[in-house]
Design a protein around this ligand. Structure first.
Ligand SMILES: [Zn+2]
Length: 252
């Protein structure tokens, strides 16, 4: 097959960094390539017409050309700028969290992953239309864990495999799921999880977004699930840093 010298991708800008005198390196999540990087020549010149399309969170269509080290972006068109997110500091924070999780939990493998791309753009859309940001973010976390091979076990004990009964339980980051009260007596490093919080996490794991959106948890349950999920992501990220290549094996 002849190598393509010019190609088009659809992507969301994750971040950018200055490069050399006037250039910029973009980190993108592309429908066709997963996480990938590309160079924008002259992006920092005032006259650059491409640069405006290439801020973080922007969904773009890009014309790319083979470069020496990185592909070059030769043309950029905005598909969706998600302006309401940019105009609201709290939504900007939520979107930054969504982007950061994806950026830190994926690596450049050149493989298409349309499911993650769809999840990312759907989540940004939900934030932009000011859907419940708590719900949009928790739903995103749960689906992202699925796509990355870290689906938490919420229906059987992650230690003994017995069915979880509707009662307060424990959660183990290391075991990747809920631990029943019996196993919880001896297992180390457990978090408590209330029956209410578990109910919502299960709901998000097996429901469509429309179904999940019917949930109206109390404030303390919202806080509990948020803390628990953020603890789990922190654990996964630390383990990833300590174990280079771990994610690669998980995907293989
Ligand atoms: Zn058990």
């Amino acid at each position: 097959m002849p190598e393509l010298h010019s190609f088009r991708i659809e992507a969301v800008v994750l971040r950018h960094a200055d490069y050399g005198e006037a250039d910029r390196i973009l980190t993108l999540y592309a429908r066709q390539l997963g996480k990938t990087r590309a160079l924008v020549k002259g992006a920092r010149k005032i006259t650059s017409r491409k640069a405006g399309h290439l801020e973080p969170f922007t969904q773009v269509r890009l014309q790319m050309a083979k470069g020496r080290d990185l592909p070059l972006i030769t043309q950029a068109d905005t598909v969706e700028a998600y302006l309401p997110i940019r105009e609201d500091l709290s939504l900007t924070g939520q979107a930054a969290y969504v982007i950061e999780l994806l950026d830190r939990l994926t690596y450049e493998d050149g493989l298409e992953n349309p499911a993650i791309f769809e999840l990312l753009t759907e989540t940004l859309k939900r934030l932009a239309v000011k859907a419940d940001p708590w719900l949009a973010t928790r739903y995103y976390e749960m689906r992202l864990l699925d796509h990355l091979g870290f689906r938490p076990k919420l229906f059987e004990c992650a230690n003994c495999g017995r069915e979880i009964r509707p009662a307060d339980q424990f959660f183990s980051f290391a075991a990747g799921g809920v631990i029943c009260p019996d196993c919880g007596r001896s297992a180390p490093n457990l978090r408590q999880i209330s029956v209410e919080a578990l109910k919502y996490l299960r709901h998000f794991q097996r429901s469509s977004y429309a179904e999940a959106a019917r949930a109206h948890p109390a404030t303390e349950v919202r806080q509990e699930t948020e803390n628990l999920m953020q603890g789990y992501f922190t654990y996964l990220l630390e383990r990833e840093l300590k174990t280079p290549g771990f994610m690669r094996k998980i995907k293989a």
